[in-house]
Design a protein around this ligand. Sequence first.
Ligand SMILES: *Cc1c(COP(=O)(O)O)cnc(C)c1O
Length: 399
Amino acid sequence: MKTEEYIEIENKFGAHNYKPLDVVLSKGEGIWVWDVDGNKYLDCLSAYSAVNQGHCHPKIRQAMVDQAGLLTLTSRAFRNDQLALFYKELCELTDSHKVLPMNSGAEAVETAIKCVRKWGYESKGVEPDKAEIIVCDNNFHGRTLAIIGFSSDDNSRKSFGPFVSGFKSIPFGDIKALEDAITPNTVAFMVEPIQGEAGVIIPPIGYLKEVREICTKNNVVLILDEIQTGLGRTGKMLAEEHEGIQADLTLIGKALSGGFYPVSAVLSNEAVLGLLKPGQHGSTFGGNPLACAVAREALKVLKEENMIENAAIMGQFFLDELKKIDNPSIKEVRGRGLMIAIELFEGTEGGARAICEKLMKMGILCKETHTWTIRFAPPLVITKSDIEWAMEKIKIAFN
Ligand SMILES: *Cc1c(COP(=O)(O)O)cnc(C)c1O
């Protein structure tokens, strides 16, 4: 079948909850993907950073195939021989004490919300049903009801109420706003180290460090949503390392499986996850042996193949090159590691979508975010010559 036929069938039978570029992909390898008509593209989105390790990484693939032939699902009613090692290796890599495995990122966020509320009542002494969680404007933490209830994006919320209460939203990057928002009922502050879906918004230097201090001083749990920023994307294992801090709860997902399978996790100190008792939370698929085997290998190759270091070096190179583009429609080029964005001035003809369409025709897949921003987030295995190749096309697109 041809591209047009796939699109027609998809549009006819599927819910239209996405507006994808009209490219139908059928194969991937490293930073490259191919469509059904045989065209090759550089993937500059990496499935929103879920394929940091590159498409179809051969070692992760092998781990998946091997485990699929042994044991895939036991449920947590029984133990499996992959879970313990997944916990141990993940804790060692991220300097954590406890793990709770889930599947999607949104589930990790929901899990964190439940856990910090419980901590608030049972440990901090907040009165029943009074717990408050502070979040940031323009956050993105997923698509479930509790989460969209505290989104500031009208498109995500509209017509989906009533929502879960107990959330308060403050401006991102604003320390004073955080201090003012904290009350005796505040149990947690949840924030992305860099706001990804909002368009790669980087807070002022020192923000997270001050956030850490304020949370500690007020006995408030700091939850960092590193589902997009974590696992090498910003040039560190976790983005919190850029400011030398440690969150109390860290949420990871996406690249935890290298794109093979939905795997997410809540990483924690003892104080919060330690409160959970049997029967209080769970997931049929969470922590299954296939997920654990895949995640173990996905973490291993990140380290072994120096992908995190490569993200730091290539990210800086890519950012510097993008900054050299001289075009009056560009408002700002910003990024950390391989999490990069070009923001156009509002009103630029065609917006970011037009640039993405142009790039697609030249063999680069990017996705616009919020009309004026184009994100560049290729797999972390990209090389200097790949970036040089991409830069030639990007310059033409901005011509
Ligand atoms: C993608 C994302 C999520 C949600 O993950 P899903 O797997 O899509 O549920 C949550 N937080 C951040 C920061 C994300 O980028």
